[in-house]
Design a protein around this ligand. Structure first.
Ligand code: BG6
Length: 471
């Protein structure tokens, strides 16, 4: 793989592919959830922007924009539709065709092996809390490594295990929709990191010379608005919740004993932890970190109100109020803080470009020179199109320009940043936000045959890449 800086954009299988039951694909927990009563929005990813049938057009558009990399995910249930481990050749063929298209334009694939969409048969056994999930994941990833090999030079195991576990078991807005369940959160988090390590063990068996493996982390290191000791303690505890149980085993191959002791004090039963898993984690760490950058994680000392969690896309928040701010609190540990001086997007999420700098610098401070790809960064908004479907998304351009300013500054200041991916390549399904919250560089006209229309931000990104391609 060339060592040029990678400039691209990202999508995920359930969010863009559509074709949810085509060519032998099995159902994932997201198909199941979206088709069930639990999905109060009734919106699904059944068709979405139908990348399954539009991939050629979409990848050409990336190339025309000057993008030299594309991050996408593989749908596990397209490859292994049933629990009998029989491989669906049509599933492999689809991704072969996507890779052919990338190769045609010199686009480096950066491929995530799972982006939230566990097969339904794993969900039925307990999902991420099923103790067999890591062996199942290892088997699935082995099939991928064997088949795709070094055609994929950048693999990532799991997308945002932190955010996924949090939505699944704390907020309850993602399947299996459990709320405030710290016991299952801890179990899920642990199993995810065992999955990560076992997949890496499979990967290493192939001795690839031109392929590397990482995972994608979804939140910033915790920070605070005050230097007081109680705030520092809250920062540590927030990191114990959403950073350290992921980054430390993935990068260092071990857990911090203080974290383990504090988790036990919360009354969490850690009997699911096995020495043999810890040994596998120790020997199977990542080559690079995928870091998604959206906003800060501000901590303050716990005050009152008990353990509670809300996220910016919970329930029926349609983005019209921007009142549904993200809150997380663990009794006795921390509460998340709010800075009244920062701008928020329509879904209540802070827009704070300097967090890109602090995130990267803090990662470097703790983990040294590890290569980092910014695997997602983007702005969710209601886009208003003119009569030709053209969107002048100056807010998105401003967002990306400001975040990139800080990312490039961190690179100049020594962080080993190797690539950047706008979330998202084109408009797609935004989980339970549905389709109104848009992130794409390219508009998808859902009412007119899924027509693709590049937005102003697409042309802005093209120009930006051309000026920064040799950094
Ligand atoms: C990341 C996910 O958390 O943020 C994406 O990896 C997601 O899948 C993106 O779409 C934006 O979040 P949302 O909920 O606004 O779509």
């Amino acid at each position: 793989m060339s060592e040029k800086f990678l400039w691209g954009s990202a999508t995920a299988a359930y969010q863009c592919e559509g074709a949810w039951d085509e060519d032998g694909k099995g159902a994932s927990i997201w198909d199941e959830f979206c088709h069930s009563e639990a999905n109060t929005t009734k919106i699904t990813g059944d068709v979405s922007c139908d990348f399954y049938h539009h991939y050629q057009e979409d990848i050409k558009m990336m190339a025309d924009c000057g993008q030299n990399t594309y991050r996408f995910s593989i749908s596990w249930s397209r490859i292994l539709p049933k629990e009998d481990h029989v491989v669906n050749q049509k599933g492999l063929e689809f991704y072969d065709k996507v890779l052919d298209e990338c190769e045609k334009y010199g686009i480096v694939p950066n491929v995530t092996l799972i982006h939230y969409d566990l097969p339904d048969y794993i969900g039925a056994k307990g999902g991420w809390c099923y103790d067999g999930v890591s062996d199942e994941f290892a088997y699935y990833t082995k099939v991928c490594f064997e088949h795709f090999g070094e055609r994929i030079p950048l693999y990532t195991t799991i997308n945002e295990p932190n955010h996924n576990a949090y939505c699944n078991y704390c907020v309850g807005n993602y399947p299996p929709n459990e709320k405030n369940n710290l016991q299952d959160y801890a179990h899920c988090v642990y199993n995810m990191m065992v999955c990560n390590a076992k997949a890496i063990r499979e990967f290493r068996k192939f001795n690839f010379k031109n392929a590397k493996i990482g995972y994608v982390h979804g939140c910033a290191p915790a920070t605070a608005l005050s230097d007081e000791p109680a705030y520092k303690e809250a920062v540590k505890k927030l990191d114990f919740f959403c950073n350290d149980p992921f980054t430390e085993p993935a990068i260092w191959g071990r857990y911090n004993p203080e974290l383990v002791a504090e988790v036990k004090k919360l009354g969490i039963d850690l009997s699911f932890v096995k020495q043999e898993d810890l040994d596998i984690m120790k020997d199977n760490t990542i080559d690079f970190l995928g870091q998604n950058i959206y906003s800060r994680q501000l901590a303050k000392p716990y005050e009152s109100g008990g353990t509670r969690f809300t996220v910016n896309n919970a329930g029926n928040n349609d983005g019209t109020k921007n009142t549904a701010r993200e809150t997380r609190a663990i009794e006795g540990w921390f509460e998340t803080d709010r800075d009244p001086n920062t701008q928020l997007n329509k879904w209540g999420r802070e827009i704070y470009p300097a967090c890109a700098y602090s995130t990267l610098m803090l990662r470097k401070e703790k983990f040294g020179n590890i290569p980092i790809y910014i695997t997602e960064c983007g702005h969710g908004a209601y886009d208003i199109a003119d009569e030709n479907g053209y969107v002048e998304d100056d807010d998105r351009i401003e967002f990306l320009e400001n975040y990139l300013h800080y990312i490039l500054k961190a690179k100049e200041d020594g962080v080993n940043v190797k690539g950047f991916y706008v979330w998202s390549t084109m408009d797609l399904y935004s989980w339970i936000n549905g389709y109104k919250k848009r992130y794409g560089l390219v508009r998808v006209d859902y009412d007119n045959g899924l027509k693709r229309i590049p937005k102003k931000s697409y042309y802005w990104y093209k120009d930006f890449i051309s000026k920064h391609k040799d950094i």
